[in-house]
Each structure stands twice: as C-alpha cells, then as structure tokens.
Design a protein around this ligand. Sequence first.
Ligand SMILES: Cc1cc2nc3c(=O)[nH]c(=O)nc-3n(C[C@H](O)[C@H](O)[C@H](O)COP(=O)(O)O)c2cc1C
Length: 175
Amino acid sequence: MIIKAFAGSNSSTSINKQLVTYASSLLNKDQIEILDLDDFDIPTFDIDIEKEQGFSDDVKRFYQKLVDSDILLISLAEHNACITAVFKSYMDWCSRINYKFLEGKKVFVMSTSPGGYGAKNSLEIGSKLITKLGGDILVDFSLPKFNENFAEGKITNEELNRELILKIDEFRKKI
Ligand SMILES: Cc1cc2nc3c(=O)[nH]c(=O)nc-3n(C[C@H](O)[C@H](O)[C@H](O)COP(=O)(O)O)c2cc1C
C-alpha cells in the first residue's frame, strides 16, 4: 500500500503540513511519503504554456507521485474562503494529463486554520474537487484555532485529539 501525504499549501511554515504530518504519524503505517508542494516548480495553470511547452518535468513528477499511490492524506489550507491557488493549479495541471487521475485513491481530507471555522470552506470545496477528479474520500477532519489547539507536532486539545484518533481508526478500517 503506497501512502502519500501533503498540504494544499506552499508555505514553508504551513500549519496544514504540520497537521497532515501528525495525522500520518497516527496512521502508523511503515512508509508514508510526505510531499511538499514547494518542492515542485509548477507555474499557475495556463493553457498557453500547455500548448507551447506541454507538461513540464515537475508537473509529470507531481502527477506520477499521486498516480503511484493507493492512499492520500491531504490537509487543505484556506485562502479567502476557498482552496489555495497553488493546490487548485496543481490539480488543474494533473487533470490535463488525465481528468480522473485520482480514480481508485482512498483519501483522508483535512483542513485547519487559525480561525474558529478551521478552514471548512476549503475542506468542502477541495473535497468536491478531489471527488470530481476520481478520489474516494472516506473520512474528513477539521481542526479549528490551530494556534490554540496544536503545539510541538501534535494536537493539544484532548477532545479534538480524540476525534482525530477515532477518525484515523475509522480510515484505517476502510483502507
Ligand atoms: C490571502 C489569504 C487569505 C486567507 N483567507 C482565510 C480564510 O478565508 N479563512 C481562514 O480560515 N483563513 C484564511 N487565511 C489564513 C490562513 O488560514 C492561514 O494563513 C494558514 O496558516 C494557511 O494555512 P497554511 O499555513 O497551511 O498555508 C488567509 C490567509 C491568506 C494569506
């Protein structure tokens, strides 16, 4: 079973990357590769670039990372009540290679933000996109008020931590 995890963010201090890394540790499977969108040099999707240059090596590399996985853990950052531009753009590029490139992937989708809504707009919009691209979302989780509820690599609020542990257990049973 090949498992990959990443945040829908290109921030070097991404709180969603911290959350998805913690969730990956709870899943406790041997090999989970944590990807970072910042490790790929992919421009905002542009049909003219696609026509003139095709798919760059980094688009193909990112696409292949996802296609070569069975399980995905994704934590979606929120910008202006929406998914981030970088996540949307990466999905757009991959969808041009194969529209249903997430077909057969079992997905745990998360979100967090410093606010009380925990980036649930992004969770909802991102989930629609992932489903449209063929992904099978089995469980989701949102962590509100990241700065109050997360420290030193883990969730500090007991109730929220228990909720995530239960959801990871539920996900483990379904995969
Ligand atoms: C342009 C911009 C718009 C934002 N809009 C929202 C928003 O609508 N809702 C929200 O909860 N947080 C919003 N935030 C705050 C982000 O949740 C916060 O920056 C968070 O750290 C982003 O996740 P990341 O660290 O994983 O990139 C916004 C931040 C930026 C820079």
